[in-house]
Design a binder for this molecule. Structure first.
Ligand code: PLP
Length: 424
């Protein structure tokens, strides 16, 4: 007997303890949003806090730095502390600042100290490309040669990495390890605790780019003893387009001077003394450089309230149920049409999205969008689908898979060009 997926989905939706959160988001007028891992949707809370900040600006002008509620001066530290439970950190280990890429720069400038034989940075070939561009420039700044000093762990299947292989590469020539938490294409979740332990046993500091996992996977950055990490807030955290990023520095390192210093990293109480001698804060706040973008941070402020209410463990539980349901459907209903699951099936090993692969991936994405279903595409053949715990339903997963089936059965993708758009 074939399964009645739609009825199953409706039963799961009816029993979903998180269903109340959906109504707090501005869902698209029509259609299904499956792209929360690229840009999360706006929430009522996010837009309210943004409006409050614009009103404070209107009413108070410069007075807002201290008199706004909440004040703008400590925005970076305050929002950082709000994010701390989501990533498993102490409140003073997290600060909101910069972009994912600029945070990589400032942290690597701090923790990459090539000396003697130890000159290399170990990264991987499946990471988000901006990380490699930035690492190459960091190697060059310190007088190295990226073709020699940037080591990349290779993937055997083009989708996933093997922690054992990465650990084998951590030898006496490696000065820093820099890896992703979740791989942006396949959604593989790396074992950060194991990698950190192995790096430390060999005397190597290690940092993680958790832009693709934060907000869908609970992290334990402090307990795992990670040295540093950074992430953006516009994906699963729903902070809005270009909302500021954040970083984590383990308390053990608060005595260190930031590699790229600026006046916002000064001891907070004395920043406005305007001394010409830099005295860095003893918190993650030291890794701030200049004035925070209050308006783009304000929408994040509201967006984070939803995580506080829901709790990251409940978010993870529903996220795994949604992606598990999606994987089962792809296996049972789509495999004969040339579709393949490119994400780990083991729930312990995957993040918050699923890679559905097909040779016609790009044109299938175009056909989905025409039907109002928003995925994204990553070359060469990955249709990424992110059913998000806070606002997607099991029924939406069912409708998306049904559309994927119809698009290939009816060869609907043939109506679209193979030429890709600038943003996919
Ligand atoms: C989205 C993403 C980025 C993007 O970097 P920005 O500086 O925010 O543009 C970097 N790394 C990973 C892993 C990402 O998922």
């Amino acid at each position: 007997m074939t399964r009645d997926w739609l009825s199953e989905a409706r039963v799961l939706d009816a029993a979903d303890p998180m269903k109340g959160f959906r109504g707090r988001f501005h869902l698209l007028k029509e259609g299904i949003y499956m792209d929360g891992n690229s840009l999360g949707l706006a929430s009522v809370d996010a837009l309210e806090s943004l409006e409050r900040a614009t009103e404070e600006w209107r009413r108070r002008g410069i007075g807002g730095w201290l008199d706004a509620d909440p004040d703008w001066f400590s925005y970076g530290e305050r929002i950082g502390a709000e994010m701390a439970p989501i990533v498993g950190a102490h409140p003073d280990e997290v600060v909101m600042v910069g972009s994912t890429t600029s945070n990589l720069h400032s942290l690597v400038a701090t923790f990459y100290e090539p000396k003697g034989e130890r000159r290399k940075i170990l990264a991987d070939e499946l990471t988000f490309p901006t990380d490699l561009y930035a690492l190459e420039s960091q190697v060059s700044i310190k007088g190295g040669d990226p073709s020699r000093d940037l080591l990349l762990a290779r993937s055997a299947d083009g989708r996933t990495l093997d922690e054992g292989d990465i650990i084998d590469m951590m030898d006496g020539t490696v000065a820093l390890v820099m890896l992703p938490g979740v791989l942006y294409r396949s959604g593989q979740l790396l074992d950060m605790r194991r990698l950190t332990k192995a790096a430390h046993e060999r005397g190597i500091p290690i940092g993680f780019d958790i832009a693709h996992s934060v907000g869908s996977v609970p992290h334990r950055l402090h307990d795992d003893d990670v040295d540093f990490a950074f992430w953006c807030t516009y994906k699963h955290l729903n902070g809005g387009p270009g909302s500021p990023a954040a970083l984590f520095v383990n308390r053990r390192h608060f005595g260190r001077a930031p590699g790229l210093a600026g006046w916002y990293g000064y001891v907070k109480e004395r920043q406005f003394d305007m001394s010409i001698t830099f005295e860095h804060a003893h918190s993650a706040g030291a890794w701030q450089m200049g004035t925070p973008g209050v308006l783009s941070a304000a929408s994040l402020d509201g967006a984070l309230k939803l995580f506080k209410e829901a709790g990251i463990d409940a978010v993870r539980k529903k996220s795994l149920a949604l992606t598990g349901f999606l994987i089962e459907m792809v296996d049972e209903r789509l495999a004969h049409l040339g579709y393949e699951v490119g994400s780990p099936r083991d729930p312990e090993r995957r993040g918050g999205h699923v890679a559905v692969e097909h040779d016609e991936g790009w044109r299938i994405c175009c056909a989905l969008k025409k039907r109002g279903i928003i995925p994204d595409f990553r070359p060469p053949r990955v249709v990424r689908l992110a059913p998000v715990a806070l606002y997607n339903t099991f029924e939406e997963v069912e409708r998306t898979v049904t559309a994927l089936a119809e698009i290939v059965e009816g060869r609907k993708y043939e109506a679209f060009s193979t030429k890709r758009d600038a943003v996919s």
